[in-house]
Design a protein around this ligand. Structure first.
Ligand code: ATP
Ligand code: MG
Length: 456
């Protein structure tokens, strides 16, 4: 990295400011000896794809995150290839490939578990044939093919628009991406307001890359994100869910959510949570959960996204429960259940969380009620619930982030889990012998008798 940085300092010394509009057609070509990308750092699968395209007479470049991360000395997550071959031509070259996508058709070439995404150069924005755009500027379909030079201006950020050419191992830079890599800067290609209208998800990408790479979003790009953040509500809810999952799995979810908070994005994506964020304590609840998640990701452990979504909506759930409890005929348990349904339904309007996730979220939440209120005969049922561990961790997180009233109960459940049969019986008798006999006020609703997800 140090090597390319020095070379770039020399290259850019005295050069004019690089324009980010399509005004200049002269790229900077960085020769093999002047950058640090070696074929040894590129996956075998990507190398095969590049060479097969090249040997069949097509242009073939590595582009996007793969090139960016290699130049930064990081290990790329995946490799994207771009070529002048059309999807059908690409498919003919690789028998293990299939065409995907509607908005923009591309080819996935599969090698075992690895998939190499191969795209055809996109055409320039001036060519309207094959492109469908809404009145707001949102791109619905975009199947116009072009040249490398056209493709460059369709990419989102300068640091994502560097092309590694398999023909001569050089890196092609039209937009000043190398300079921005050097300056740790996230810069939109073209006019940021137009580019965010075209695809508002780019705003999330800017924040994600800033957090992932520890880069700064340069002011011309940052301003319009703050101004146009509401555009995110036009991104299809299923796509937003994918983006959020990506953040959870990035190992930088804490830093990304800090940026979401700073840019007021939380109020667009999780409006119910944003209302709760006004108090400092819920923020620490979420931030502790995100920190734990990042640690797990960085240790290659699995993470539970439903758990994080449950954290995000916990405060709104409690607030909504209080609203229902104002009705005298509604008991705690009924209010809790109605509030669970409400907050999920409200959130689904913006981000479509698949049912398999909402089911787990409800189980974790229900367990909060049962961990606090379980009576003697139900303790074992709670303990054997398939989500007990997640529910218990959630309970611990609540306690650690300020709900001190849970201390005794949290310690009790901790000892219960860790103890043997004898220790558990002792814990039960100790805890429940102290309890005063309950006065039966109202008949419990039948739903309270079963635990979520067990049918017990
Ligand atoms: P990651 O490390 O997360 O994979 P990436 O930059 O490779 O980062 P991808 O989603 O894999 O991100 O996209 C590959 C490339 O495609 C990007 O680097 C960028 O050049 C281009 N791209 C992706 N999404 C967009 C978008 N919404 N608008 C414009 N260009 C995009
Ligand atoms: Mg990528």
């Amino acid at each position: 990295m140090r090597k390319i940085v020095t070379i770039f300092k020399q290259l850019f010394k005295g050069s004019r400011q690089v324009s980010h509009f399509k005004t200049t057609h002269t790229p900077i070509i960085i020769k093999r000896e002047d950058h640090c990308i070696s074929r040894n750092h590129i996956s075998q699968a990507a190398i095969k794809v590049l060479y097969r395209l090249h040997n069949s007479g097509f242009a073939a470049y590595l582009v996007g995150g793969g090139v960016r991360d290699l130049l930064l000395g990081h290990d790329p997550k995946d490799f994207d290839v771009v070529t002048d071959a059309h999807p059908e031509q690409i498919q003919r070259l690789f028998k293990n490939s299939f065409i995907i996508g509607r908005r923009f058709r591309l080819v996935h070439v599969r090698f075992g578990n690895e998939i190499i995404e191969v795209a055809t150069f996109r055409g320039s924005t001036e060519d309207a044939k094959g492109r469908v755009q809404t009145q707001r500027g949102l791109l619905l379909r975009d199947n116009v093919y072009g040249t490398l030079e056209d493709d460059v201006w369709r990419r989102d950020f300068t640091i994502n628009a560097l092309y590694y050419n398999i023909a001569d191992f050089s890196v092609v830079d039209y937009t000043g991406g190398m300079k921005d890599l050097d300056q740790k800067s996230i810069r939109v290609i073209g006019d940021p307001t137009d580019r965010f209208h075209e695809d508002p998800a780019r705003m999330l990408r800017a924040l994600r890359f800033a957090a992932k790479l520890d880069f700064v979003i340069e002011p011309r790009t940052a301003g319009p994100i703050k101004k146009h953040r509401e555009l995110l509500s036009h991104v299809p809810p299923a796509r937003l869910f994918d983006k959020i999952l990506k953040v959870f799995h990035s190992g930088k979810s804490f830093a990304t959510f800090q940026l979401f908070h700073e840019y007021n994005i939380v109020s667009v994506l999780f409006p119910q949570m944003a209302a709760a964020l006004k108090q400092p304590e819920p923020l620490s609840f979420l931030m502790t959960a995100l920190k734990n998640t990042d640690e797990r990701v960085n240790q290659d452990k699995t993470i539970n996204s439903a758990f994080l979504l449950a954290v995000l909506l916990w405060r709104p759930l409690l607030a909504q429960k209080e609203v229902y409890k104002r009705d005298e005929d509604t008991n705690e348990y009924q209010a809790f259940n109605m509030a669970m349904a409400d907050v999920v339904q409200e959130q689904l309007k913006i981000i479509s969380i698949p049912r398999r996730f909402t089911t787990v979220m409800r189980e974790i939440w229900s367990l909060q009620y049962h961990l606090e209120n379980a009576r003697v005969r139900r303790v074992h049922k709670v303990f054997h619930h398939p989500r007990f561990r997640a529910g218990y961790d959630f309970f611990g997180l609540r306690y650690q982030s300020g709900e001190v009233v849970l201390k005794e109960l949290y310690e009790w459940w901790t000892e219960f889990q860790e103890g043997d049969e004898e220790a558990r019986s002792k814990l039960i008798s100790h805890r429940f012998s102290k309890a005063k006999p309950r006065k039966r006020k109202k008949k419990r609703p039948s739903s309270e008798k079963s635990l979520p997800g067990t049918g017990q």
